[in-house]
Design a protein around this ligand. Structure first.
Ligand SMILES: NC(=O)C1=CN([C@@H]2O[C@H](COP(=O)(O)OP(=O)(O)OC[C@H]3O[C@@H](n4cnc5c(N)ncnc54)[C@H](OP(=O)(O)O)[C@@H]3O)[C@@H](O)[C@H]2O)C=CC1
Ligand SMILES: O=C(O)C1=N[C@H](C(=O)O)C[C@H](O)C1
Length: 255
């Protein structure tokens, strides 16, 4: 049986290096990757088009500015695409949605299984805890190298809170990085705070703060390999799908 050939955009990165190992562990074949300064021991292609030509599926953990072009390259090649990069702007996400009209595209800012389950739970909590009674606040902490804030996972948590309340995140609003004379907290918007320091892999807490009680939901990653395992699982799954934009919840079969 021929092995699934998986390529990695950003093969030299923290996630890219772990993906090399997880692709082998899954019994798939590494086609190679892209890396602007090269990478030892793997095939490095000159650009994304060459990477897609040599791959059955490509996984992207790069930066937002590059991810949009990689999604377009997926559409040109007609190959499934797994997008883990966070921090995309609304315009960049719109470009990803366009690409997903012609190829299977799994997009998630967190491929860890327990985080994926948590998004589903958050919707249920939020549907039962109305904004007039419970303020939703999200606090995240990451390693000092992280370049985007709030994290993609924090945004996905916010989206899940909004969905549970029958709205989009844009409709409920985000209050990010409060500073100075902010006035009292508004009813409805979701608060976001980002801490950066050391080598924290990823910690996220969603707090529902009511007048007389609080409930908080926390996810902690101790090893970023958990994301690489999930992304490879998504790649194997996407290779069998029709074109469309998919979530990790769909990959895992979580309603
Ligand atoms: N969805 C999830 O589960 C997870 C998502 N992430 C996200 O994945 C992304 C990458 O994280 P991480 O691996 O820690 O980051 P790194 O900085 O370690 O790696 C980023 C990679 O992107 C490449 N890159 C940078 N700029 C460009 C560019 N302009 N064009 C092409 N490639 C580029 C770099 O390669 P080079 O410089 O060699 O070209 C490098 O290999 C982040 O957005 C992060 O938030 C991280 C963990 C889990
Ligand atoms: O940059 C990281 O490291 C991580 N990024 C993702 C995010 O932005 O949520 C996932 C995880 O938190 C690690």
């Amino acid at each position: 049986m021929t092995k699934l050939r998986i390529g990695i955009a950003g093969i030299s990165g923290r996630m890219g290096q772990l993906l090399v190992e997880e692709i082998a562990a899954a019994g798939a074949e590494l086609s190679g990757g892209t890396a602007r300064r090269g990478a030892a021991g793997v095939t490095v292609f000159p650009d994304a088009d060459a990477l897609f030509a040599a791959s059955d599926v490509v996984i992207d953990f790069t930066i937002a500015a590059a991810a949009e072009g990689h999604a377009a390259a997926a559409a040109r090649a007609g190959k499934p695409f797994i997008l883990g990069t966070s921090g995309l702007s609304p315009a960049q996400e719109a470009a990803v949605e366009v690409a997903a009209r012609s190829v299977p595209l799994v997009y998630s800012s967190n491929f860890a299984p327990a985080a994926t389950v948590l998004f589903a739970l958050i919707e249920k909590f939020s549907a039962a805890l109305p904004p007039e009674q419970f303020d939703a606040e999200i606090v995240e902490m990451h390693h000092r190298q992280k370049v985007d804030a709030p994290s993609g996972t924090a945004v996905m948590m916010g989206q899940a809170v909004a969905r549970g309340r029958g709205k989009t995140l844009a409709e409920v609003g985000m209050e990010s990085g409060r500073d100075g004379h902010t006035g009292p907290r508004a009813t409805g918007p979701i608060g976001f705070a980002a801490l950066r320091g050391g080598q924290v892999v990823g910690e996220h807490t969603l707090l529902f703060a009511g007048r007389s009680e609080h409930v908080s939901l926390t996810h902690r990653s101790f090893d970023r390999r958990v994301y690489a395992t999930g992304a490879v699982q998504a790649a194997v799954w996407a290779a069998r799908q029709q074109p469309g934009l998919y979530s990790m919840r769909q990959v895992m079969g979580i309603a």
